[in-house]
Write a protein that binds this ligand. Structure first.
Ligand SMILES: [Fe+2]
Length: 200
């Protein structure tokens, strides 16, 4: 299949368009996060062929997904939450790769909309989401790809040893390459969409 002839699934289109619109509305060209967002969503304007789709899968943390989406539907991430909800039956939820304790594994799940292993497999970007049950801390991590989060719920983020901060629903977080970062939920589940640039 030639990518020029590829048609993207309408529900995935809705989700990617909503995330792209949210990030482009909230970030300015000429800034690091603005340029990253534009690079990612310009690349995504060309769909990639879908020749294999991951089997839908749930994890224990998914018990908190409805609560997180319901909260997000009432806030500035409503369009993203609405589109996210339509895709739920098709999502494959997985654990972050690594060696984690049972409490973290019981309270965390990742899913991938686009990118390697995603609903739309592709190599240039990764668009996914992280879900944390209440009172779970996502470990410090770092990675070479630059990253921007679109935050859908309450929850806190930290970079290096800076103080924890709460972007709030509709907020964004920008991680430059290889910066150490983490997030944690409070009394309600944390849900955020993240976008990584893998291309050159
Ligand atoms: Fe990250």
């Amino acid at each position: 299949m030639n990518s020029e002839n590829t048609t993207r699934d309408p529900d995935l289109t809705r989700l990617l368009d909503a995330v792209g619109a949210a990030l482009l509305d909230r970030t300015a060209p000429g800034t690091g996060v603005g340029d990253l967002s534009r690079r990612i969503f310009t690349a995504l304007s060309t769909p990639a062929p879908v020749d294999a789709v991951a089997t839908p899968a749930r994890l224990p943390a998914c018990d908190h997904l409805d609560t997180a989406l319901e909260g997000a539907r009432g806030g500035p991430g409503a369009a993203v939450a609405e589109a996210f909800g339509r895709l739920v039956p098709r999502l494959a939820w997985r654990h972050k790769i690594g060696d984690f304790d049972a409490a973290f594994l019981a309270g965390h799940a990742n899913t991938y909309f686009a990118g390697p292993g995603g609903l739309e497999p592709r190599q240039d970007v990764v668009i996914g989401a992280s879900l944390l049950a209440p009172n779970v801390r996502y470990p410090d991590h770092d990675h070479p790809p630059e990253e921007v989060y679109f935050v859908l719920t309450p929850g806190e983020w930290r970079q290096n040893d800076d103080p924890w901060h709460e972007p709030g629903p509709g907020g964004t977080v920008h991680n430059v390459p290889n910066i150490r970062h983490a997030m944690r939920s409070g009394p309600v589940p944390l849900l955020a969409v993240w976008c990584l640039w893998l291309g050159l």
